[in-house]
Design a protein around this ligand. Structure first.
Ligand SMILES: Nc1nc2c(ncn2[C@@H]2O[C@H](COP(=O)(O)OP(=O)(O)OP(=O)(O)O)[C@@H](O)[C@H]2O)c(=O)[nH]1
Ligand SMILES: [Mg+2]
Length: 381
């Protein structure tokens, strides 16, 4: 019966280039020696580890089936070792699986959640620090450090000096800033929809900066929804490409269209992409009808939608006159071409403006969980 030990993740899963684990307990060293070899293939003895206390030890950690991961190890004591590997989620879980197989128990604090449990009166600084290891970008890390530096204290002091409309205005601002706080937990999902061949997949690739989705001149190329995580202006986002929608789709195409429906509910922003040169008399009406036929109804209560007119590099005479005459829909429309990077950058800017209508000033308070938002609301009523 192996002696017990615990496995404690020191870094959040899959978030960094390096992933660190601490194993501790009476069985830690023995389990480690059975799974680790030096670069020359030799397994370490207890004396090897004792003579290298606190010095980095480089070698291979066995993942089973002839697979191994290069790791750096620090043998703190016979009952405590740090294992540093690549940070990717798959490698981390493989290492943890091997360690639990050798008698270890995974000890993990629950990752903070936007509406997670906590003290009734939020401890603003401590909560920011608890979230810090989960920051994905420098912008997020800076925001949390500012929250730890007294942003909430200043907010509540200021709120106490305000009355009436000024106080309600502060309340409205904090409500908008909460979207930035909420995005720390769930990157907003942006879904590209539109008629077939409008350039949705090309635009997804252009927004990502690499070719994630298949692009083809043939209409109906995308069958499945393809998603990818990206960062725009320091904000992590999820982008989803979808199958083009047209009336009377083929069987396989219909499958693809069916998969759009749940994404519409999950979206924080829809990019409705049209080809400026597509010749339909009423492209918007036609797309909306086809989407409705598939069960997807765009309601006013649903996510905001941004109209993107793509392929604006095409010669003027090929443009559909519809776009010159349709007055209502032209409001807020963004023209893009995947061949014009500045147009893609302008689209990214609009996306961020819609998703985050207010951005915090340096040092400004941002509620980073539901209880913080509730406390701020109560003060601004
Ligand atoms: N001139 C021009 N062509 C583009 C642009 N964007 C996409 N295309 C072309 O339009 C065709 C269709 O592009 P896709 O990205 O596959 O379009 P899609 O909307 O994903 O199409 P489906 O998945 O079939 O619905 C391809 O030949 C692209 O090269 C653009 O900005 N300008
Ligand atoms: Mg496509």
């Amino acid at each position: 019966m192996p002696e017990p030990f615990s496995i404690v993740p020191l870094t959040p899963d899959g978030r960094g280039g390096i992933g660190s684990l601490l194993i501790s307990g009476p069985g830690a060293e023995e389990a480690f020696r059975a799974l680790f070899t030096f670069k020359n293939g030799r397994a370490p003895t207890a004396e090897d580890l004792a003579s290298r206390r606190h010095r980095p030890i480089f070698g291979h950690f066995s993942l089973g089936q002839d697979l191994h991961e290069e790791v750096l190890v620090r043998a703190v004591s016979p009952t405590e070792l740090e294992i540093h590997s690549h940070g990717g989620g798959a490698i981390r879980s493989a290492i943890i699986r091997r360690l639990t197989g050798a008698g270890g128990t995974l000890r993990i604090d629950e990752a903070p959640r936007w509406d997670g449990p906590g003290d009734k009166v939020p401890d603003f600084r401590a909560e920011a620090m608890r979230l810090l290891p989960y920051a994905r970008t420098e912008r997020e890390a800076r925001l949390l450090l500012e929250q730890n530096a007294g942003a909430a204290d200043r907010f509540f002091e200021k709120a106490a000096t305000l009355n009436g409309e000024a106080r309600r205005a502060l309340g409205r601002r904090v409500e908008l800033l909460a979207r930035v706080g909420r995005a720390l937990y769930e990157p907003p999902r942006v879904v590209l929809i539109g008629p077939v061949n409008a350039g949705k997949s090309s635009l997804l690739n252009a927004l990502l900066g690499f070719d994630r989705a298949l692009v083809d001149p043939m209409a109906g190329t995308t069958r499945d929804a393809v998603s990818a995580a990206t960062v725009i202006d320091g904000f992590p986002l999820l982008l989803s490409d979808t199958a083009g929608v047209r009336e009377k789709p083929g069987v396989l195409e219909k499958e693809g269209i069916d998969r759009i429906i749940p994404l519409l509910k999950d979206a924080r922003l829809l990019l409705t992409v049209y080809d400026v040169a597509a010749p339909e008399a009423d492209p918007i009406g036609e797309f909306t009808r086809a989407l409705r036929a598939a069960g997807g109804i765009l309601t006013p209560g649903g996510p905001p939608s941004l109209l993107v007119l793509n392929k604006c590099d095409l010669p003027r005479e090929t443009r559909n006159r519809f776009w010159e005459t349709a007055p209502a829909e032209r409001n807020g429309l963004v023209e893009t071409s995947v061949f014009r990077p500045e147009s893609v950058a302008a689209l990214q800017k609009r996306m961020i403006e819609i998703l985050f209508p207010a951005l915090p000033e340096p040092g400004e308070f941002v509620p980073i969980n539901a209880r913080q938002l509730e406390a701020a609301r109560a003060r601004c009523r």
